[in-house]
Design a protein around this ligand. Structure first.
Ligand code: AHR
Length: 338
């Protein structure tokens, strides 16, 4: 298992330009070509470009918007790619359809962020039979057959949940604490893992109780709606644990509409650390955020180039994340990239 240091690289001076240069240099000669032992021809694109079919989860959150931008800004023709991009609108059937279409097109590499963990084996076997390598990004699949994909790059979602839970234990766990949980999309890796990580961190603390837990599908609108229901059903909520910033921001709206002060009357812990979330943290409406870094484009580009060149790639590449309390957020926000 490898841990990426791409964050440092991205924040280095003139990140985009330097990245473009280094990728061109690394790709060198024919290695950027689409027929270097993986995937047959270039899928209809320019022969010097690597054709990539990318199926994105959707546009459900600020995190997703930043992730899409990172991928589209990196997998450019200048950097040696011919990118076909599709938005699955958070539906697995749309992703399967997109992947089948990329197989039919004969792209060099398929990359995707699976909306849910299960149910991918059949389409991944089709890609394998067509000799098209697959790279998983952001989220993984629960397949038992690791030969169905080349590499998975993304954060450690269990660790993110544990980090959130540990902060709650350390800072609020000395008194009774009623927690409501806004879960991500049902069956999605970050929803499953962030729940498990948080629960394992608070286990053993008799004061902390999760009194309600429901999906808000990673969106602000559903986060608000679910929080409204929680507030109606439970008069004594002390803390919201939201699996992403957007649902936490929706919860803030519901809490304020109920005449309560978010961050004070009801504490809030979220995951992502996108700009809107960080601003709410600085404003005192959120109490703690665990980062999930969405800037996966540059590392994804490197992995794809290696796969096409026939170089060995790590099966699992873990993205390092930080965490922010209100003081740390105030320091980081002015230079925050997403
Ligand atoms: O898979 C990453 C998660 O998906 C992000 O935390 C969330 O905002 C997004 O929708």
């Amino acid at each position: 298992m490898k841990t990426t240091n791409f964050t440092k690289r991205m924040f280095a001076a003139g990140a985009a330009g330097i990245m473009a240069l280094s990728l061109t240099a690394c790709g060198g000669g024919d290695s950027g070509g689409g027929d270097a032992g993986a995937g047959g021809d270039s899928g209809g694109g320019d022969g010097d470009l690597i054709s990539v079919g990318f199926s994105q989860v959707g546009a459900e959150s600020g995190w997703r918007a930043a992730n899409t931008k990172s991928i589209q800004d990196t997998l450019t023709e200048e950097n040696g790619f011919d990118l076909s991009f599709s938005d699955a609108q958070q539906k697995q059937e749309n992703q399967i359809q997109a992947i089948r279409s990329y197989i039919a097109q004969g792209v060099d590499v398929i990359a995707f962020s699976p909306v849910v963990e299960s149910g991918w084996d059949a389409v991944l076997e089709e890609a394998k039979a067509a000799d098209i390598p697959v790279v998983l990004t952001d989220r993984s699949v629960d397949s038992q057959d690791e030969t169905l994909y080349e590499s998975f790059i993304g954060s450690d979602f269990v660790l993110e949940g544990e980090t959130a839970g540990k902060w709650v234990v350390d800072n609020l766990g000395s008194e009774p604490l009623n927690v409501v949980e806004l879960q991500g999309t049902t069956g999605a890796a970050p929803a499953v893992d962030r729940k498990a990580g948080f629960e394992s961190a608070i286990e053993g603390n008799p004061n902390i109780k999760i009194i309600a837990s429901q999906t808000g599908n990673f969106t602000r609108t559903e986060g608000r709606q679910v929080m409204e229901g929680f507030l109606q059903a439970n008069p004594d909520i002390d803390l919201v644990y939201a699996h992403n910033d957007d649902m936490g921001l929706g919860a803030i709206e519901a809490i304020e509409a109920a005449g309560l002060q978010p961050g004070v009357d009801i504490k809030i812990v979220t995951i992502d650390a996108v700009k809107d979330g960080m601003q709410a943290l600085v404003d005192g409406k959120i109490n703690y955020i665990v980062e999930c870094n969405p800037l996966l484009g540059p590392d994804l580009a490197d992995i794809i180039k290696d796969v096409v060149a026939g170089n060995p790639v790590e099966k699992r590449i873990v993205v390092e994340d930080k965490a922010f309390d209100q003081a740390a957020a105030a320091e980081a926000l002015p230079t925050r990239e997403y």
